[in-house]
Design a protein around this ligand. Sequence first.
Ligand code: MN
Length: 137
Amino acid sequence: MTAGCILYVEDNFDNRLLIRRVLMAEGYEVVEAESGLRGLELAQTCSPDLVLMDINLPDIDGYDCTARMREMDALKEVPILALTANVLEGDRRKALRSGCNGFIAKPVDIDELPRQVSEHIKKKGKAPSPPANGTGT
Ligand code: MN
């Protein structure tokens, strides 16, 4: 039993090492993909509770990878957080448009990361409130 499974799409080895260490210490299982296409493959097999998505990747970028994950049934409701040094408003809008739920700024604050991750996993666990007319399924 783990705190959850996190798929981490990141091409930088040092970042992977650091973030894996932090998240594993919190009880998470961490599945790593070193490219966007590998991330798409692993997303289909590991059913993650949350995805951490680097934006600059060697093949497809994190926006494209996120958009493609959103097309998978198993990934529709899974929180995806973009990891990016790009703090410009335009980049954030682009990430949200592609389907990301939020951002984590690079360099990652490892003291903040566990809280950010658990917050988003908790939100996902809550069923969306039914519509006022009660006809929703
Ligand atoms: Mn990168």
